[in-house]
Design a protein around this ligand. Structure first.
Ligand SMILES: *Cc1c(COP(=O)(O)O)cnc(C)c1O
Length: 405
């Protein structure tokens, strides 16, 4: 049986957790947390990185630091995890959903400006599958309209846009270390603070609204309640679990990438029969075309370097996807679809609105299927899975090289 996901595990986690236990300091911001902060700052160049109890909480901190309040509007895609919206809606804001691009499933940057009103305060982008949004355009819009940019980079640790790490392009970058992500601490995340002005307040908000961080550094002789905050710092046990994974992050990404590349190479003929048939498509006069593509594959725009967080294919429609899920399950392969668009969910209807037309959000979300992807998946297993996808289409009358028989 090949599961859809396995939490990343290096084998060194238990000894680091035991070492954290031995220090006797289990609450947050001890030695392991400091090591993780230093690693994140070194990798990304962000002026400040803070571990959090989740990416959801990093997003929530971004909303607090951005002073989001009742009546504000925040622009975001509807095709995302609930936390993107929850973080802002819980501060009283309305989520203004904008359609996605079908090629990357990211927010369509060319539709953002039309969604801006005088209540708009921020744009929260989501780098789906670790593939960057079109950040040059988005940052330019934000600058011209004086909006804050928050990056939901939950899936994008060690991904880049034009050489710049994702999470460092907006005011705030939010990472997830949930066990479905590339690196994990069970539940956890990090906030990257990309403008120094926010650092002091971020430390306060994260420590229940107190200046306890300053107190521990000896900068004040007692600590007090200075802002509205919450408890957003994880325990040392979680940080200790994460540490050996950060140390081996490059290796973990490379192993995932090998599976991603295997899938892509084997499935490309199904997506692009012209490649497989060496231009045959041009000569085809039959209806339906005997070499039309069966599936679509993820597209990685130039300038985007991804982290192999996810491998998805797009089927013809929701029914074909259901049949493929069943077929793969019969072959002991577990695949899953992804988000139900937020604007059609009960809370999304109450707390959000869709600006413009839903051309792609619903349609593309119903076609998308994620294949197994985790650290430890063997390339031979990725080959087996890809070949089962090919035989599914073969049995339905598609040639294994992508055309209809
Ligand atoms: C996983 C994920 C989150 C939530 O992360 P947690 O660490 O579980 O809070 C938020 N946004 C996106 C896009 C995600 O993929």
């Amino acid at each position: 049986m090949i599961p859809f996901n396995k939490a990343p595990y290096t084998g060194y986690e238990a000894e680091h957790v035991a070492a954290a236990v031995a220090t006797g300091k289990l609450s947050g911001d001890g030695e392991y947390t400091k090591r993780c902060h230093a690693w994140l700052e070194e990798q990304t160049g962000a002026p400040k990185a803070l571990l959090t109890t989740s990416c959801t909480h990093a997003l929530e901190m971004s909303a607090i630091l951005s002073n989001i309040t009742l009546g504000d509007e925040v622009i975001m895609p509807s095709y995302t995890f609930v936390s993107t919206a929850d973080a802002f809606v819980s501060r009283g804001a309305t989520a203004v959903f904008v359609d996605i691009r079908p090629d990357t499933m990211n927010i369509n940057e060319s539709l953002i400006e039309a969604a801006i009103t005088k209540r708009t305060r921020a744009i929260c982008v989501v780098h789906y599958a670790g593939v960057s949004c079109e950040m040059d355009v988005i940052l330019d819009i934000a600058k011209r309209h004086n909006l804050i940019v928050v990056e939901d980079a939950a899936q994008a640790v060690l991904s880049f846009y034009k050489g710049r790490p994702l999470g460092t392009l907006g005011e705030f970058g939010c990472y997830s270390f949930h066990d479905t992500k590339n690196l994990t601490m069970g539940e956890g995340g990090a906030l990257l603070i990309n403008k120094k002005d926010y650092v002091e307040k971020a430390e306060i908000v994260r420590e229940k609204g107190t200046d306890r961080s300053k107190f521990f550094r000896g900068e004040v002789d007692k600590y007090s309640w200075v802002e509205v905050g919450s408890s957003y710092l994880p325990s040392e046990l979680n940080a200790a679990y994460l540490w050996p994974q950060l140390e081996r992050a490059t290796e973990i990404t490379a192993a995932r990438m090998a599976c991603w590349d295997t899938y892509y190479k084997l499935l490309e003929p199904l997506a692009n029969p012209a490649v497989a048939n060496n231009g045959h498509q041009d000569n085809c006069s039959e209806t339906p075309c005997k070499v039309h593509p069966c599936i679509e594959l993820p597209s990685i725009p130039s300038g985007c370097e991804h982290n192999a967080h996810m491998f998805y294919i797009k089927c013809a429609d929701v029914n074909e996807r259901a049949s493929l899920i069943t077929y793969l399950k019969e072959n002991d392969i577990y695949t899953v679809f992804h988000y139900v668009p937020l604007h059609s969910a009960p809370a999304g209807i109450r707390h959000g609105r869709f600006n413009g037309e839903d051309v792609y959000t619903t349609k593309e979300s119903e076609r998308l299927l994620r294949l197994p992807m985790y650290y430890g998946l063997k390339t031979s297993e990725a080959e087996y899975i890809a070949n089962k996808v090919i035989s599914f289409y073969g049995a339905r009358g598609f040639c294994s090289n992508g055309g209809v028989k």
